[in-house]
Design a binder for this molecule. Structure first.
Ligand code: ADP
Length: 485
């Protein structure tokens, strides 16, 4: 089967979060299963260094019409890598910028135009370069593909029968724009109704994708249930309930070629579930990288790697900072994002020098070091569609303390001291004291070397590779094709 991926992020080209990991890894796994996979991405400034030598244009000029003007995009052929073909939508006016979605904390105001153009360019490009059996589109940025297909492209002899699958990686980001976006993108006004793209008087990209895609998936079973409730649905729960029969939760996999302490090139030493000794060296290396050399070997290191966003639950962490520091712990955080949370971490680190350390930036190498060198990993997320860091933590023997939501709930089992089962510690309520109680349960086991190592190993031997999820996606693609047949 030929599957076209359309997404706004993909490792190694452009990444702000887990979406990029998924779009980087899933196509490779599908190619291994014998499918033909093509990935379309915008040609952002950060993509340029990956395109070595002279650019090869697969298409030089595709016309994308807007209300009173045209834009002309090129399709740059990124070649085949590990069996997967990459094409980049080149429109320097819109994509040749530093941020993927915005700069200095704000979104680009013309994101409707950037991603509207991207979606239409992908459709036009496939007519020249290969029409797939299925479009697999990701998040709001690619959500207009199914909308175009079932509206102004509905009678296209090449595209009319192509199936569509939308994966919602995070329903908190929907792409809301003014009603006039309808005509700016040349859609008829009858699209702007409550049962289509209209959402509280905005033009909502994600809602359009939800309404018009043949099949929907999200990145864990739990989150597939949660987004159908008012608490987690981000005001789309009604629409999602209406599509419940076509909505599946497929847990994200891990690319163990990148994330395995036995081979990870970013680490100071390697280790496995059988031979753990290298982890000590990774811990020393991490403490050095954060200037916490004086932390005693008996003191557990609590690690955080995250986008700093409200979703990630740092407000409940803020409620326990001083209480937590009465325990014998050190805290290491790597992240960036909303200034409010960056400042929260900065202030915390300033109040506890030598015990709390922070680096505010995006740093791939350092994120691997935090995973390997910490003893405990903290993810108190308010909601977490899938979550990758808890899966990395399992493999790295870094015991996760998580809130029981979305993918965190699906993948982490509470430690059971009698049966010696479980992989971490979970809490349910969204309150600082619930979080602290779960950390305390972890800290109570930590000094008991035998139990702790058992807990680490329980997680390290779990297998969350892409093999199983890739097969599940193929079933969903097959279903989408059937719906069109
Ligand atoms: P989300 O997609 O909501 O950000 P996930 O847990 O699904 O959450 O994925 C986050 C990904 O981004 C992980 O691969 C994580 O290591 C990475 N990441 C987040 N913040 C940073 C950072 N500051 N430096 C390096 N990697 C980061």
């Amino acid at each position: 089967m030929h599957i076209v991926f359309a997404a706004s992020e993909c490792v190694p080209f452009a990444k702000t979060g887990g979406l990029a990991d998924v779009v980087g890894a899933l196509p490779l796994e599908l190619a291994k299963l014998g499918h033909e996979v093509t990935v379309y991405l915008p040609l952002y400034a950060v993509v340029r260094p990956h395109l070595t030598g002279q650019w090869k244009y697969a298409a030089r000029s595709i016309t994308i019409p807007f209300e009173y003007y045209n834009r002309f995009v090129g399709i740059v052929d990124g070649g085949k890598r590990n069996g997967v073909r990459y094409y980049f939508v080149d429109c320097p006016d819109l994509f040749d910028r530093q941020g993927l979605y915005g700069s200095g904390g704000g979104e680009y105001p013309n994101n409707w135009e950037r991603f509207g153009l991207f979606c239409r360019a992908v459709l036009e490009a496939t007519k020249l370069l290969g029409v797939p059996a299925v479009f697999h589109v990701h998040d709001w940025q690619a959500s207009l593909i199914p909308v175009y297909l079932r509206t102004i492209y509905a009678s296209d002899p090449l595209l009319g029968n192509v199936g569509t699958v939308l994966t919602i990686h995070n329903a908190g980001y929907q792409g809301w724009f003014p009603p006039q976006t309808t005509e700016r993108l040349l859609f008829p006004w009858d699209l702007f109704t409550m049962d289509k793209v209209e959402h509280f008087d905005t033009f909502n990209f994600l809602k359009g994708g939800i309404v018009f895609s043949d099949m929907l998936t999200t990145v864990s079973r739990r989150y597939a249930e949660e987004i159908q409730t008012a608490e987690f649905g981000e005001k789309l729960d009604g629409v999602l309930r209406g599509r419940a029969a076509n909505l599946h939760g497929i847990l994200n996999g891990v690319d163990y070629t990148q994330w395995d302490p036995a081979t990870d090139g970013y680490l100071a030493a390697h280790y496995t579930a059988n031979v753990l000794t290298g982890k000590q060296e990774c811990r020393t290396d991490l403490l050095h990288a954060f200037g916490l050399e004086s932390i005693a070997p008996s003191t557990p290191v609590l690690g955080i790697v995250s986008r700093f966003a409200a979703q990630k639950g740092f407000d409940i962490l803020a409620g326990i900072t001083d209480e937590l520091m009465r325990r014998d712990v050190a805290v290491i955080a790597l992240g960036s994002g909303e200034p409010f949370y960056e400042n929260f971490f900065r202030e915390w680190a300033a109040r506890y020098p030598g015990r709390v350390a922070l680096q505010v930036r995006y740093d791939e190498a350092l994120s691997h070091k935090v995973e390997a060198g910490s003893d405990i990993f903290l993810m108190p997320s308010r909601y977490e569609p899938g979550g990758l860091n808890q899966l990395y933590s399992l493999r790295y023997g870094t015991v996760p303390v998580v809130r029981a939501t979305g993918g965190l709930d699906d993948t982490i089992d509470e430690w059971n001291a009698e049966q010696r089962t479980g992989t971490g510690f979970k809490f349910h309520g969204y309150a600082p004291q619930d979080f602290l109680a779960a950390i305390d349960r972890a800290l109570a086991i930590f000094p008991n070397k035998q139990s702790w190592q058992r807990l680490m190993r329980n997680g390290m031997v779990k297998n969350y590779s892409w093999t199983q999820p890739a097969r599940q996606y193929v079933e969903v693609y097959t279903e989408a094709v059937k719906r069109r047949g």
